[in-house]
Design a protein around this ligand. Structure first.
Ligand code: C5P
Length: 221
């Protein structure tokens, strides 16, 4: 059994769907590393943390408690920050608008990566994000790099967000994805990259079922 499976890719490329499917199929723990950056962003926004003030940032991170808890009813893992369930709030556009800026702060990445690496010491884990195969688990036994056409990514994310907020526009979603892609790929600390030993999967024309069959074949190899 593989210990760590790392899944990276741009926003809304289908990473989390693949990660969830695989985790269920192989009985691994699924960890959504993006949820941690989103929770940190929520905290910074609530507490008016100045993104350029290192002292404020370090103080905010000191004592911030992030953990993933299983919701027994849904079977899904949810993000908790200082014992508060923030799973719903961190998916809001107000967080999505700022998360890439926050995730580009070196101190924030150091804080998050350390905790992610600790989780990897446990049993079978599948983690998705932007730097999992390159930085968090460079020795992961299996690395996937997921891609999909831009229009497909925007449409998928729009459909997801529209269910929660019918006021959202496709332009807004397209702008947010484009902005995050740009910041995530161009920041100084561990920018989004395909690890040299990652296997690329293009989900543009795959149904969820086809996707699963494809990655299962790879994972069981
Ligand atoms: O995966 P998700 O889209 O929820 O991630 C939100 C944001 O968190 C990304 O746009 C990126 O800025 C940041 N992130 C990151 N490194 C990760 C996971 C997410 O920088 N490993």
């Amino acid at each position: 059994k593989k210990i760590v499976i790392a899944i990276d890719g741009l926003s809304s490329c289908g990473k989390s769907t693949i990660a969830r499917q695989l985790a269920k199929e192989l009985n691994y723990l699924y960890v959504d590393s993006g949820a941690m950056y989103r929770a940190i962003t929520l905290y910074f926004l609530r507490n008016n943390i100045d993104f350029n003030n290192k002292e404020q940032i370090l103080n905010a991170l000191d004592g911030m408690d992030l953990d993933f808890r299983l919701n027994e009813q849904t079977g899904k893992v949810e993000m908790f920050m200082n014992n508060e369930n923030v799973e719903y709030l961190i998916r809001e556009m107000i967080v999505a608008d700022k998360v890439s800026e926050v995730a580009a702060i070196p101190e924030v990445r150091e804080f998050a990566v350390k905790q992610q690496q600790k989780m990897g010491a446990k049993k079978g884990i599948i983690m998705d994000g932007r730097d999992i195969g390159t930085t968090v688990f460079p020795d992961a036994e299996l690395k996937l790099f997921v891609t999909a056409d831009n229009a497909v990514r925007v449409e998928r994310r729009f459909k997801e967000l529209y269910q929660k907020n019918p006021n959202i526009t496709i332009e807004e979603v397209a702008h947010n994805i484009e902005m995050r892609d740009y910041i995530d790929a161009n920041r100084e600390v561990s920018p989004l990259r395909k690890a040299s030993d990652a296997i690329e999967i293009d989900t543009t024309n795959l149904t969820p079922e086809e996707q699963l069959q494809k990655v299962l074949k790879i994972a069981q190899n």
